[in-house]
Every structure is written in C-alpha cells, then in structure tokens.
Ligand binder design. Structure first.
Ligand SMILES: [Zn+2]
Length: 690
C-alpha cells in the first residue's frame, strides 16, 4: 500500500523535488526495511516489474540533473589533464555515494595538445596582421586540431567549400589549383576534419584552416584529425597501463592515421576577414556562404598570403573509464550497457556532460529502485568514457580489452553523448530496437509540450517515425556496434548547436539557451533509463528482427536502382527473405513463451531464445572487416572510405563502388559478403544446424 501511495505522489511532478528532499533529510535508506518487498532474488511478476518501471519514470528530477551538470562543468576538463581526472573522481564518488558497485579502468594512450599557434595574413592592401585568435580571455585549451603535425606553412589562401572531391573538381573547372596553397574550408556535408585535411593534402595544399558556419562568430570548433578509433599505438588491442604491446610513433601503421600537413580551426569571423580579401574567380553560385556579403566573395588563390605555425605536443597520458555495475539477479552474465563520454574540449556543458548529468541521474534513480527492492534480471553497466574527443579512445580500448565477454554477453549498448543541444528529439538505433524505442517514447512526457508524450511531438515533427541508423563514427557506439556487433542506440535533443567544441560550451549557455529548466535533460534520463530497464527486465528480449529485414530490403532497392542492373542483388534479396521469415517465426515463439508460466524448462527455453536474439546482430560481423578498413567488422553499418559517400549502409559495397564503379567483379564479391552476413544472422536466429 505504501508503495502505491509513493508512486501516486511521485506522479505529481510538483512534489518530486520536495519529496526527494524529504527522503534525503530523513534518510530514505531507512524506508527499505519498512517496505514489504519480497520480490528480491525471486522471480518477479510482470506487475511488480511494471511498477518499478513506472516508479523509475516518476523519480524524475530536473533539479538533481542541473546540480550534476554544474559540478561537472566548473572547469574545462580535457582528457589526460588534472581537471579531467577530477571529473573521474566526481563520477566515481557519485556511484559510491549511491552504494553502487563501481570500477575504474585505466589506459595509457597517445594524446595531443597545442603548445604554440600563430596565424598571420599578408593582405595586398593592408600589410601583415596577426589573425585567428577569436577565443581570447578564456581559460581553455587553444583552438587546435588534435594530432595535427607540427610545422609551418606559407601559401596563398584559397577557398574550397566543404573540401570534398567534387568541390576540387569545381575549382579545377574554374582554373584554380590549390597546390602550394593554404586551403580554407567550411565544415559540413559529412566530411570529417581528418578527411578534409587528407583530401587537401592529396591535392598539394600546404595547410588547412577549417571554420564552422553554425557556431557563434567568435567561436572556434576544436576537434581531432586522427583516422580510425582508439589509441593509435595499440590498433586492435587494449593499451593497458603495464605490459601491453605498443607500436612506435613512427611505425607506418601509426603514421597513416594522421595527416601530413598541419591544420587548425578558425572562427567564422576570421574566415570572413580572409575570404573577403581574396581575388580570382567568383564564388560558384551553388556554394552560398553564411557570411556577410558572402556571395560577393572570390575564391583565390591569393593575393592574401597566410603564414601558419603549429607546435603541438604528443604525449602518452593516462585516461580513465568509470563504471557502475548493477548485477542481474537472474541472468548476471547478460549485459545492458549505458555509455556516455566525460572528457570535453572546454567546459563541456553540452558535449558531453549534458549526457553525463543524465547518466548520473539514471544511476540515482536506479539506486532508489534498488532501495525499494528492485534488482534487474540482467546486469546493467553504466559507463563513463574518457578521451572520446580524441577518437573514441576510452570506449574503444575497453571494448578491445573485453571483446570476449562483450561478444558473448552484451545484449545492447545505449549511447548518449550530447544529451541536450537544443529542442526536438533525435534517435538512432539498429533496426531490431525500433519498436522498443517507440514504445519508450510513448511512456515519457514531452519536455516542451504539456500533456503530450515525447512520441507525439517527435512523430508530428518528423511527419512519421524517423529513426536514424548508426553508420557514423561520431560517438562511443561505434566500437560496440561496428567492431563487436552489439545492438545499439544513440539519442539527443537538438542539433547543430552554436557552441559546439568552443569555449562557449558552458553551464551558462545551458541555463540561458540549451535547457533552462533541465526538462530535456530529465526527459533523456527517462528515455535512456527506461530503455535499459526494459532490456534488463523483460523475460524475452524486446528485439524485432522483422524491422531489420524490412530496412535491409530498402537498402537493397536503393543500391540496385543506383547500379542499374549491372550486378545481381539476388544473393542479398534471398538472405533478406530468409531473415524476414525467421524473424516472424521467432516473434511467434516469443509470444508463446511470454504467455507461459515459469518453470525450470521454460527458463531454459527463454534463455535459449534470448541468446539467439542477442547473437543475431553478431552475424553481420565479418572477420575480414571492411574493404580497406579492416578494424570495422560490421557489413551493414560502418564508415565508408570516401567521407562524402552518399551511402550510409553496406560500407564494404560502398567502398567497392567508390574504388571503381566499373569493377563489377569486386562489387559483386562485396554483395556476396553482405548476403552471407545476413544469412549468418538468420542462422543465429534459427539457432540450429543447416
Ligand atoms: Zn561528445
């Protein structure tokens, strides 16, 4: 009865905060013994599970999230620095204070910091001028590109739009050659920083300056230019603190991950000063710029000459991943992982600590559920990663270290990086999680519209269901999905925020612009935590592989239209048909098992079905990995070699096409590899010999 009363009080948001204060003052820990929960360590009825899940939702508190964010963002906390270590301690202490089992995992990895930077422009009419220092007066790391080589470059300035191959073709048509020039590009169109530098380097440029149109005029977007994920000195294995193998900095494999020409980010203000001083051909009309008088701009090269010097320091630094583990009472050897990175370029209020604050709040709510008698069926692991900004290093090292246990036991990985960047939910997932994601969205109140669910608002804004996929390598889901084949989710509020990787990404910005009342933070914590609860507590895993089959068929149709009958897609179509058929059989089997009462035999049958559901995603992995990018093993989702590839699926086929559309034998081979991968998922779902 007390239980009932609790939850009805919690359902009134106005009482939530005062009630939590009450719990704190009187010590909610003492409530544990006064409540009559006998469900712990026994099979829980679905009604008691449902009750815990709705209690989780009602424990929402925007106040606690705001406090976590304020504490995390007091100082800039770049990976490998003392302030970075302080956030490690903060997160660990938080888990400890909640009584959660916790653990810190350390790695020694190669990081990169700026020592000296200068940018001088020689204008034909104004003489020389120091430019490029737009974030003066902030106690943060200077705007730089991590892993840019040190060096000095002098050359005429030239503008190359987004720095894509097609942009250089356009320049060629206009008679512009960038060889020996300092290339200026704007960020966007899916081009990574490193990709932009590499393309310019191949065309003979001596340096690259990048700017970002979406950020504040004086803001400068920092970032990494390293290719690939994880510590560059331990590619494919973990960079353990002692005793592990480490490549030399000058090994070819290491060198290949970094550009050879220096680069740095500049503000849009600085870019404008340079661009308006250029002569030469007029800016192509389709390149419309977000600059004052942007369309009167000429693209150079010159006459303005830029002199750029970068002196960086590369060093082996210690990074720290922090974990809280809530052991499953019935299937402790099955893992549901929630992950967010903690390191930031500057204060990190959006990127990534809006997500960290949400993670800490999920931990708080779980700890309260535990006090009320809940324990998950499967093990829940909360992960706080380090050094994501340098190239997903903390998560990748941990994944490489634990590849056996993750490969055989990880059910799902749920990522949140920048939880709140603005308004409107964006969600990505591997397709078997689509239905669950939608179900969860229907359970949480929308932070920006009263009496509406997140789903209603999201559906209306997208004019339908719009779940993105995870081919990008822009956050910590990449090693889990693309290296180990763990079903994954990624979500956030808002997009393209104006303080991205700049000194302005602070608590102040968050309380003024991003989420003044922290309602969006609380909403993300709700979605994230509830998603994990369902995955941890449902007796049969809530995976729907029919969605996967339908998605794969859509991809196949797009590709076959694109390649216009020159290769055969029958192998993939056959595998997809098989996947759809087995997915439907499995769903019927799951329905039956859900209805039946628990018995020893039944528990075994459920476990066997769950294993098949969990392992099906691993079928998409291929030991040989992607063509030209072997570390990436997933043949459905992963990066393609060409940064501006239009395909966001089947990366190995995309690579074969971008190498040569005429090489039909190579493309057909990649089609066969994908078909076999899908068939492996079918075999995993069937769970028996053929
Ligand atoms: Zn981030």
């Amino acid at each position: 009865m007390i239980h009932q009363l609790f939850s009805s009080i919690f359902r009134q948001p106005i009482f939530t905060f005062s009630f939590i204060v009450f719990l704190c003052i009187f010590g909610f820990f003492t409530f544990d013994s006064s409540l009559n929960y006998t469900t712990k360590k026994t099979h829980k009825s679905s009604s008691s599970i449902f009750h815990y899940h709705s209690t989780f939702i009602s424990l929402s508190s925007n106040y606690t999230v705001s406090e976590y964010l304020r504490s995390l963002t007091l100082h800039p906390h770049l990976a490998g620095t003392q302030e970075g270590y302080q956030t490690t301690q903060y997160v660990k202490t938080h888990f400890e204070s909640l009584g959660l089992d916790n653990k810190v995992s350390e790695y020694k990895v190669l990081l990169s910091y700026p020592e000296f930077l200068s940018l001088t422009a020689y204008f034909s009419n104004l003489g020389s001028k120091e430019i490029g220092f737009s974030e003066v007066g902030f106690d943060v790391v200077k705007p730089y590109h991590a892993y840019s080589p040190s060096g000095m470059a002098v050359g005429k300035a030239v503008f190359a739009n987004y720095g894509r191959e097609e942009d250089y073709h356009e320049l060629e048509v206009l008679g512009v050659n960038v060889s020996g020039c300092v290339v200026i590009v704007r960020r966007g169109e899916g081009m990574s920083r490193g990709g932009v530098v590499r393309v310019a380097e191949a065309r003979g440029a001596v340096a690259v300056l990048t700017y970002t149109e979406g950020v504040y005029v004086k803001g400068v977007e920092r970032g990494t230019v390293m290719k690939g994920l994880g510590d560059p000195l331990s590619p494919g294995w973990a960079s353990v603190v002692e005793g592990g193998e480490r490549l030399g900095r000058n090994d070819k494999e290491v060198e290949d991950r970094f550009p050879k020409i220096p680069s740095m980010p500049i503000s849009i203000e600085t870019a404008g000063v340079i661009l308006r001083s250029l002569e030469g051909p007029k800016l192509p009309e389709k390149w419309e710029l977000a600059l004052n008088n942007g369309n009167d701009v000429r693209i150079g090269p010159g006459p303005t000459v830029l002199n750029y010097t970068f002196q960086g320091e590369e060093k082996i630094a210690t990074i720290y991943d922090v974990f809280a583990v809530i052991r499953g009472s019935e299937e402790p050897d099955r893992y549901i992982l929630l992950g967010n990175h903690r390191d930031a370029w500057t204060f990190g209020a959006v990127d990534p600590n809006s997500g960290t604050a949400a993670l800490l709040d999920v931990a708080r709510r779980y700890a309260m559920l535990m006090r009320l008698g809940w324990s998950p069926r499967r093990t829940i692991i909360l992960c706080s990663w380090d050094a994501e900004e340098f190239g997903m290093i903390g998560s990748t090292e941990w994944v490489e270290l634990n590849i056996m246990n993750l490969g055989s036991k990880a059910v799902a990985y749920l990522n949140v990086d920048c939880a709140v960047q603005g308004s409107g939910l964006f969600a990505s997932a591997t397709p078997q999680l689509d239905d669950l994601l939608v179900e969860i969205m229907k359970k949480i109140e929308d932070p920006d519209a009263e009496a509406k669910t997140i789903f209603e608002q999201w559906f209306a804004r997208n004019k339908g269901i719009n779940i993105q996929r995870l081919s990008g390598v822009d956050s910590d889901f990449a090693p889990f999905l693309q290296h180990v084949g763990v079903p994954s989710v990624d979500m956030y509020y808002g997009k393209d925020f104006p303080v991205y990787h700049t000194a302005f990404d602070s608590y102040d910005w968050m309380i003024t612009h991003g989420d003044p009342l922290f309602k969006r933070h609380a909403a993300v914590a709700g979605l994230w935590g509830l998603l994990a609860l369902r995955l941890a507590d449902d007796t049969i895993l809530p995976f729907n592989y029919s969605s996967y089959a339908i998605q794969l068929q859509e991809y196949t149709n797009i590709l076959s239209d694109m390649l216009d009958g020159h290769v055969s897609f029958t192998p993939i179509t056959t595998s997809v048909k098989n996947l759809l058929a087995v997915a439907q059989e499995v769903e019927e089997e799951a329905q039956k098992l859900r209805m039946e009462e628990t018995s020893t035999d039944m528990e075994l049958r459920k476990r066997m079905l769950n294993d098949r559901l969990m392992l099906a995603e691993r079928g998409f992995l291929d030991a040989d990995g992607l063509l030209g990018n072997r570390w990436f093993k997933h043949l459905i989702y992963g990066p393609s070699n060409k940064c501006d590839s239009k395909l966001s699926f089947f990366p190995s086929i995309a690579n074969a096409i971008s190498e040569s559309k005429e090489n039909e034998v190579a493309i057909q081979h990649e089609i066969w590899r994908v078909a076999r991968a899908i068939q492996r998922a079918v075999d995993a779902l069937k769970g028996d010999f053929r």
